[in-house]
Design a protein around this ligand. Structure first.
Ligand SMILES: *[C@@H]1O[C@H](CO)[C@@H](O)[C@H](O)[C@H]1NC(C)=O
Ligand SMILES: *[C@@H]1O[C@H](CO)[C@@H](O)[C@H](O)[C@H]1NC(C)=O
Ligand SMILES: *[C@@H]1O[C@H](CO)[C@@H](O)[C@H](O)[C@H]1NC(C)=O
Ligand SMILES: *[C@@H]1O[C@H](CO)[C@@H](O)[C@H](O)[C@H]1NC(C)=O
Ligand SMILES: *[C@@H]1O[C@H](CO)[C@@H](O)[C@H](O)[C@H]1NC(C)=O
Ligand SMILES: *[C@@H]1O[C@H](CO)[C@@H](O)[C@H](O)[C@H]1NC(C)=O
Ligand SMILES: *[C@@H]1O[C@H](CO)[C@@H](O)[C@H](O)[C@H]1NC(C)=O
Ligand SMILES: *[C@@H]1O[C@H](CO)[C@@H](O)[C@H](O)[C@H]1NC(C)=O
Ligand SMILES: *[C@@H]1O[C@H](CO)[C@@H](O)[C@H](O)[C@H]1NC(C)=O
Ligand SMILES: CC(=O)N[C@H]1CO[C@H](CO)[C@@H](O)[C@@H]1O
Length: 455
């Protein structure tokens, strides 16, 4: 009787399910935005702090408002196009990568005369007289959830041959943010209300003479990256270990693997690692040979069943010999995150993009303990255990319910095994009704989230 109700409602759900499927294929095929961080963006703000004889001085600040996507070494670069004949006289906290043709200047030579300058952050340890606040981190930007104070980056520039008032200044165009590869799309600069600055003793407020904002958003589709991580699964109730799907991140090219992956017992391992970490590109293969060839594997193990709780263990393994992941993060989506009771040795924050369903969590390392995921080898892994409180109306070990719906590592969607390969619980069939109910529930929850999305 209890199970009859959801079954009877099935026909009602069918058309909705079809629409939903259509939507999800649309979303995954374009991946125009990230459903787990729909408002995520990097905002670049220009504050004109003074007008000069031939232009202005501006402080440019980048805010990484993305919940979990960060920018790692070798860091961001920012390019734009000048509309007039502007030049950059001087900079603090950043530099243009090229000076360009400054031949029309005699005596005082500008820092850069490029029509489309590319700016990079300065490195840590830059002399104080070349710094400004929030600069000089080698272009590394933390994510907003992990640490908003290090999710900001600034530089200052003195622009010449430019407008000298808010009537004559022209906003730069064609902003391109690289991190360092592609993936970000930036909108046009828009004039906004001038920023107010509060002095450190909070006794004085100053105001920018003019402020404009640029918003950049990320798309994994634009980044055209092959996957960088995959998920494997196991459980206490079934001996099967479901491995990462074969070739998740690439296929080993030849049988000895020397072409594009490294055998752990390879005699030239040491030189591969030095070569790969010293050259900042990916031409030198540095990933350990596996069937999936992913630099990162996330393993989710359903470990223990208690009366009112259950426990899962997550292990993140680094297969990349040339990469230490600093400030790594993991995003996991599972319906039981609304009743997460304890998490061991990781930091945790629930993100709730649609305001209703509390099923997504950002996990990251504890500073000085496991915030550094070491290169491939015996130390190249971090792990945690999660204790969830069961909600009897939805909890089941059936149909892979205890496994995550989605996993991201450092903002990249990880390749999951196909749902029909998930370890079965031995009593499959007994709880058919419950799992049907669960499916319907999760469909309606997804619907709810879509409604919020388009409302
Ligand atoms: C950028 O992100 C911030 C913080 O989440 C948000 O308030 C703002 O609306 C976003 N901007 C755009 C254009 O999406
Ligand atoms: C911006 O890009 C467009 C298209 O590439 C180009 O035609 C235009 O000249 C650029 N503007 C500036 C100011 O760089
Ligand atoms: C320019 O500055 C004047 C005052 O100096 C102000 O009244 C005006 O609104 C400003 N215009 C813009 C576009 O910021
Ligand atoms: C401009 O950017 C700043 C800093 O991110 C933000 O506080 C402000 O709300 C933005 N203004 C608009 C209109 O987007
Ligand atoms: C193996 O690598 C070579 C050269 O890198 C390439 O031409 C060939 O297509 C690859 N084969 C497969 C099966 O990927
Ligand atoms: C590493 O670089 C050195 C010198 O550049 C070169 O002799 C050596 O063959 C390289 N090793 C590998 C495995 O690519
Ligand atoms: C990773 O960190 C360890 C310890 O700090 C260091 O010995 C190693 O060279 C680093 N590896 C890379 C690829 O940077
Ligand atoms: C989501 O669930 C967690 C764990 O139970 C709780 O700490 C957090 O406050 C919840 N967040 C929201 C927005 O309900
Ligand atoms: C364990 O899971 C696998 C894969 O889903 C399944 O083929 C197998 O029958 C399960 N074993 C038991 C004892 O349930
Ligand atoms: C058993 C239990 O604690 N269930 C709770 C799980 O979380 C939801 C939403 O926060 C609560 O409504 C349940 O009571």
């Amino acid at each position: 009787m209890i199970m009859a109700a959801p079954i009877l409602r099935l026909p009602f759900f069918l058309p909705i399910l079809a629409i939903l499927l259509l939507f999800s294929t649309f979303l995954t095929s374009t991946e125009a935005y990230d459903p787990l961080d729909p408002n995520g963006n990097i905002t670049i703000k220009w504050d004109v702090i003074s007008w000069t004889a031939d232009g202005y001085v501006a402080v440019v600040t980048m805010y990484n408002f993305q919940q979990y996507r960060h920018i790692q070494a070798p860091g961001w670069s920012l390019q734009w196009g000048w509309v007039k004949k502007e030049v950059i006289w001087s900079m603090l906290g950043g530099q243009a990568t090229e000076q360009g043709d400054c031949s029309r200047y005699k005596g005082n030579i500008p820092h850069s005369c490029k029509r489309d300058p590319t700016i990079v952050d300065l490195l840590p340890g830059t002399p104080y007289n070349q710094q400004i606040a929030n600069c000089c981190k080698g272009g590394v930007l933390n994510s907003w959830v992990q640490d908003p104070t290090t999710a900001v980056s600034s530089f200052q520039l003195s622009v010449g041959a430019a407008g000298t008032s808010n009537k004559t200044v022209r906003l730069p165009k064609n902003f391109t943010l690289k991190a360092p590869g592609p993936g970000y799309t930036c909108g046009p600069a828009k004039i906004v209300r001038p920023t107010k600055f509060i002095s450190s003793d909070k006794r004085r407020v100053t105001q920018a003479l003019m402020t404009w904002n640029i918003t950049c958003t990320y798309s994994q589709f634009l980044a055209q990256k092959t996957p960088t991580c995959c998920v494997s699964l196991s459980s206490f109730y079934n001996d099967t270990i479901v491995a990462c799907p074969k070739c998740s991140c690439g296929c080993p090219n030849n049988s000895n693997g020397a072409q594009n992956c490294v055998e752990p017992n390879s005699p030239h391992l040491a030189s591969v690692v030095t070569n790969a970490s010293s050259s900042n590109n990916n031409v030198v293969p540095s990933v350990q040979c596996t069937s999936h060839l992913c630099p990162i594997r996330v393993h989710w193990h359903v470990k223990i069943n208690y009366k009112e709780y259950w426990r899962a263990k997550i292990t993140i393994t680094n297969f990349n010999y040339a990469m230490n992941y600093t400030n790594w993060n993991l995003v996991a989506q599972h319906p039981n995150f609304d009743n997460l009771t304890t998490i061991f040795s990781f930091n945790y924050m629930s993100i709730n993009p649609y305001g209703t369903i509390n099923d997504t969590a950002v996990l990251w390392g504890v500073k000085f303990y496991n915030d550094l995921l070491m290169q491939a080898g015996p130390l190249g892994n971090v792990q945690t255990e999660l204790l969830f409180r069961k909600n009897p109306s939805v909890f089941t070990f059936d149909k892979g319910w205890a496994f995550p719906r989605r996993i991201y590592f450092n903002g990249d969607n990880c390749v999951m095994p196909p749902p029909d390969a998930y370890p079965h619980s031995p009593n499959t069939g007994l709880k058919q009704g419950v799992s049907l109910f669960t499916t319907l529930l999760s469909i309606s929850l997804t619907l709810l989230s879509l409604r919020h999305l388009f409302a």
